[in-house]
Structure formats: structure tokens, C-alpha cells
Design a protein around this ligand. Structure first.
Ligand code: ATP
Ligand code: MG
Ligand code: FE
Length: 335
């Protein structure tokens, strides 16, 4: 089954063709990051407009690269939530029109389910159940993936997402947007151990997390140093920051896996590219005897192929939509 998949939830316009949820026939991604970098973050209205300009051309390109005609498309999958509402609406409206015109099923896909499914593309043997650590620009979730479309949240951030926190910290260190990768690179230049950063305590669910205090601590350190005219060890701060974020994520991931009775752990989302987090996950899984799947870097960030992968399993579960399908800025991954 060949699925034409659309992803426009943030600042990447992406269209892919995926066969049977696992085989990528084409994967066209157009990032707008450069356009938003001058503003230090994604400007929603600009994102929507750029998606409108790019999507038709990318769809043609994706079909051409897959070497298939429109008539060979068996279904259309699309990110319908969560994301910037105007941006999601562009992809959704376009996908609806394509599904309608071709007379094929329309499959709604939750964006973070897509991030998890990116692992199905990289690892043919990977099947649920497993515990997923989903860390991206707008989401930080511990998810028990009981089956392809049966997901249960075990923990989540109470405030900022991990990626958002990396981006904000990068900004005060004068690094370009998006700041996750530059922060990662800067952190490589130091072994850290210089700055004591706060550990958040979250009452209620001990698998829930909080990152806003960490973000504020970095902002204050940078501002205080600037005010006093003191030099900031930026590389050490980046290293200590990555260690602090990882220190929130990795132990809770191991604990969630234990509670869910899972010995397979899967990382997903843009922040899963972080080298400190990847290394800490590897060591923790080795120690606990868990099997770890780390997505290749090309599948960490937003792409259309991951939507095509998850779309296949949504389709098999009978989760198709009609033309009344709406877009949502927020949506529970377990719905
Ligand atoms: P969401 O998936 O929650 O809707 P999004 O789609 O904007 O948000 P992704 O594309 O999955 O997020 O990931 C982007 C985030 O990943 C950004 O915050 C970026 O800074 C971060 N990121 C990318 N590479 C790294 C890295 N090496 N270390 C840390 N963070 C990183
Ligand atoms: Mg992006
Ligand atoms: Fe994403």
C-alpha cells in the first residue's frame, strides 16, 4: 500500500511516499528555518504562507522521486494535530483535496505518533510494545506504546518542552535558531561541572517533568554575568545544561519502562538527536538490560515519511476520516 503523506505542523513543509509503513519511496522536506532565524523563532503566519507556496510543488516532486503516478496513490495521510494551527490547516486542506480528487482514504495522523513511527522506517524489526521517550520542540512525553495505535501517556512536562528549553537557552548564549544543534556542538567543547543548575521537583506524578526553572536559571546566569561584566564559560554552561535536561529525562524513562513492564525503549523527536541524551540512554539501557532504539539523525526532526509510516498503521486500525476532519493545535496522543 502506497501512502502519500503530508506534514506541515511547524516550519517544515514535507511530503513523502511510504509503502506499507516501512519503505520510504520518497521524502521531500523543505525547511523554512532560515526564514524564521532572523526572528529568533517560528513566526506562525509566515510559516503558513510558506507552506501554501511550497506544498503543491513538493507533492509533485515527491511523486516523481517515488516514481509513481497519482493513480498509484492508495491513500493520503496527514498531520492533523498538534502544531501551529494555521500551519497544520494548510497541510490538512491540501491533503483533503488530494484524497478527494483521487478518491482514496484520508488518514489523520498525530504528529508525535509520527515521530515515534520514524523508528519503524529505520528498524524493520521494531514492533510495539515498547516505551517511547518523545522529545521535540513542543512536546515532552513518556509513552507506553502498547500497540501501533494504542498509546498511553505515563509522564509529561508540566511546562516547557525539552526542545523549547534548548532553543531558549541557546538564544541567551547568542546561538542561532533553532538552538538545539548549536547547543549540542558547543557542549562538546567542555566536560562541564562548572554551573549548578536546579533540579525540578514535580508534585503528584513523579514521572512528570518541568523545564521552565532550568530555562530561567540559564537566562539569569547569562544576564547576571553580562551585568557584572564577568566572562561566561558558554561551553561549560551548554554541557551542564545538556546534562541537566538529560538528568530529568533518562532516569524517568527507565522508571517508566520498569513500571510499564517494557524492556524495549525508543527515542523520538528532534531532541532525540542530542548526543548527551543519546549517550546517557545508551548507558542506562546497558545497565538495566534494556534494548534501545535511537532514530538516525535524519529521522529525528520533522519529515513526511514518519507520517506515512504511522498513517499505515492508523489505516490498518480503521482510523480514517472524511472531509469534515479538522485541525487541532493540541491533541492528546492517546486519543
Ligand atoms: P513538535 O514535534 O513537538 O510539534 P517540532 O516539530 O517543532 O515540535 P522537532 O522538529 O521534532 O520539533 O524538533 C525540533 C527541536 O529539536 C528544536 O527545539 C531543536 O532545537 C531540537 N533539536 C534538534 N537537534 C537537537 C540536538 N542535537 N540537541 C538538542 N535539541 C535538538
Ligand atoms: Mg522545525
Ligand atoms: Fe516535530
Amino acid at each position: 500500500m502506497k501512502i502519500l503523506a503530508f506534514e506541515t505542523s511547524c516550519d517544515e513543509t514535507a511530503v513523502a511516499v511510504v509503502e506499507d509503513g516501512r519503505r520510504v519511496l520518497s521524502d521531500a522536506v523543505l525547511s523554512q528555518a532560515d526564514m524564521h532565524a532572523v526572528y529568533g523563532g517560528v513566526v506562525p503566519e509566515i510559516a503558513s504562507r510558506k507552506h501554501v507556496e511550497a506544498i503543491a510543488g513538493l507533492a509533485e516532486q515527491s511523486l516523481k522521486e517515488a516514481g509513481i503516478t497519482r493513480a498509484e496513490v492508495d491513500a493520503v495521510a496527514v498531520t492533523y494535530a498538534p502544531g501551529l494551527i494555521g500551519a497544520v490547516l494548510v497541510g490538512l486542506s491540501f491533503a483533503k483535496s488530494v484524497a478527494y480528487a483521487l478518491g482514496v482514504p484520508l488518514i489523520p495522523v498525530h504528529h508525535v505518533r509520527g515521530h515515534i513511527a520514524a523508528n519503524y522506517l529505520a528498524f524493520p524489526e521494531l514492533k510495539p510494545p515498547f516505551l517511547a521517550l518523545c522529545i521535540s520542540g513542543g512536546n515532552t512525553l513518556l509513552v507506553d506504546v502498547r500497540d501501533y495505535t494504542d498509546l498511553k501517556i505515563m509522564g509529561s512536562t508540566r511546562d516547557d518542552a525539552a526542545g523549547e528549553c534548548f532553543d531558549k537557552a541557546a538564544r541567551v548564549l547568542d546561538l542561532p535558531y533553532p538552538g538545539g544543534k548549536p547547543m549540542d556542538d558547543l557542549a562538546q567543547q567542555s566536560s562541564g561541572g562548572v554551573y549548578a543548575l536546579p533540579r525540578a521537583k514535580v508534585s503528584g506524578c513523579d514521572l512528570d517533568m518541568s523545564f521552565s526553572g532550568l530555562k530561567t536559571a540559564v537566562v539569569n546566569l547569562a544576564h547576571n554575568a553580562a551585568q557584572k561584566g564577568e566572562a561566561l564559560d558558554r561551553a561549560a554552561l551548554a554541557a551542564d545544561f545538556a546534562a541537566a535536561v538529560s538528568g530529568e529525562l533518562v532516569p524517568r524513562t527507565m522508571e517508566a519502562a520498569k513500571r510499564a513492564g517494557r524492556s524495549v525503549i525508543v527515542a523520538a523527536g528532534g531532541v532525540a538527536a542530542n548526543s548527551r541524551i543519546r549517550g546517557d540512554l545508551e548507558r542506562a539501557c546497558e545497565r538495566e538490560g534494556c534494548q534501545l532504539y535511537l532514530p538516525p539523525l535524519r529521522w529525528c526532526g520533522d519529515n513526511g515519511a514518519m507520517i506515512g509510516a504511522q498513517g499505515y498503521y492508523e489505516y490498518l486500525a480503521g482510523r480514517v476520516a472524511d472531509m469534515a476532519l479538522n485541525a487541532y493545535a493540541t491533541r492528546d496522543i492517546s486519543e
